[in-house]
Ligand binder design. Structure first.
Ligand code: CP
Length: 335
């Protein structure tokens, strides 16, 4: 039994392998209880402040449903609601410190990393990273839960984490969190992406450092064919390098003509097809965190096949985030 009360969840690197496994176990226990129709009031009377700077389907709804299932309440705080949002009439630290006087936890999806880190620094209540440019720990936890459900012990598993073409330009946050998760839990992870789309190489090196202790293996290749051989899971995501994202691709512009032309040339090669899935293990499962750009990142044929477990992944956001909230925000977690 790990005591995580009061802890933030900003980075996968903030947790030991034992703590990660414990969180996933609690998530699976909460899932079993829910399937039996039992609601565990672990957050009775508690409030979660949910600050979202970008749209969200899975993260926001799973947090809200999860809090409610545990007897608590979520406040949806988008940029129209707070003085610190569109009005920009208040200092960020004053907003965070005030929220911490009313609520028991904060879930924060941020466009920038600096505000994510300062929220954790200035709030004396747990802050849960609901996706930032540098990490998406909740998704990585849900992916780990999903893979453990399907495969059991992940230490013998191989995961191909493959870049997929799409027109949007998301940051590499999930890729970074997945590398750290592989390093902590000790599974084999092969990142496949085109040149110029590497994830954060500092995180890559840190994940390799963790892997050297856990028995994991993390590498980077330039094609699906190299990545998927013998893979148990193929997880597809689209991202730009931290250097490109820092130029404001997602929020301000789609990149200059050179970037757009470079990216457009990748469209055919970097779409996951049934042919590529056929190169992996026979029982290989296909993952995507969603939202997914169908037939550009992954073909419909693959997404609609029995190999696709994308909705199990989406569902597990609910269960594992309930575990994170209960363990960090609640006094006791009893089963
Ligand atoms: N995967 C994920 O974070 O989805 P949303 O952006 O819809 O929350």
């Amino acid at each position: 039994m790990q005591n995580l009360k009061g802890r933030d969840c900003i980075s996968i690197d903030g947790f030991s392998a034992e703590e990660i496994e414990f969180i996933v176990d609690v998530g699976r226990q909460l899932k079993r209880e829910l399937k039996m129709g039992r609601y565990n009031p672990l957050l009775l009377g508690k409030s979660l402040a949910a600050i979202f700077e970008t749209p969200s389907t899975r993260t926001s709804i799973s947090f809200e449903a999860g809090v409610q299932q545990m007897g608590g309440h979520m406040l949806w705080l988008d940029s129209h609601r707070l003085w610190v949002g569109e009005a920009q009439e208040e200092d960020w630290h004053d907003t965070i410190k005030t929220i911490a006087r009313y609520c028991d936890g904060i879930a924060y999806r941020s466009i920038g990393q600096a505000r994510q880190l300062s929220a954790a620094e200035f709030a004396d209540i747990p802050v849960i990273n609901a996706s930032s440019p540098v990490e998406h720990p909740c998704q990585a936890f849900a992916d780990a839960e999903t893979m453990m459900e399907k495969k059991g012990d992940l230490r013998k598993a191989k995961v191909a984490f493959c870049w997929g073409y799409r027109t949007a330009n998301p940051p590499a946050g999930l890729t970074n969190s997945t590398m750290l998760m592989a390093g902590k839990l000790g599974f084999e992870l092969v990142i496949a992406c085109p040149e110029g789309f590497d994830p954060d190489m500092d995180v890559y090196r840190r994940a390799q450092e963790c892997a050297s202790l856990s028995g994991g293996k993390i590498s980077l290749v330039r094609s699906y064919e190299e990545a998927v051989h013998d893979a148990d899971f193929i997880n597809v995501y689209s991202w730009v390098s931290p250097e490109m994202f820092a130029k404001g691709l997602e929020t301000h512009f789609q990149g200059d003509a050179t970037f757009q032309a470079r990216k457009a040339a990748l469209k055919e090669e970097w779409r996951l097809s049934a042919r590529v899935v056929g190169l992996a293990r026979k029982d290989c499962m296909v993952m995507h965190c969603m939202p997914i750009s169908r037939n550009t990142e992954v073909t419909d044929e693959v997404l609609n096949s029995p190999a696709s477990i994308i909705f199990d992944q989406a569902e597990n956001r609910l269960h594992v985030q309930k575990a994170i909230m209960a363990l960090t925000m609640s006094a006791t977690v009893n089963f």
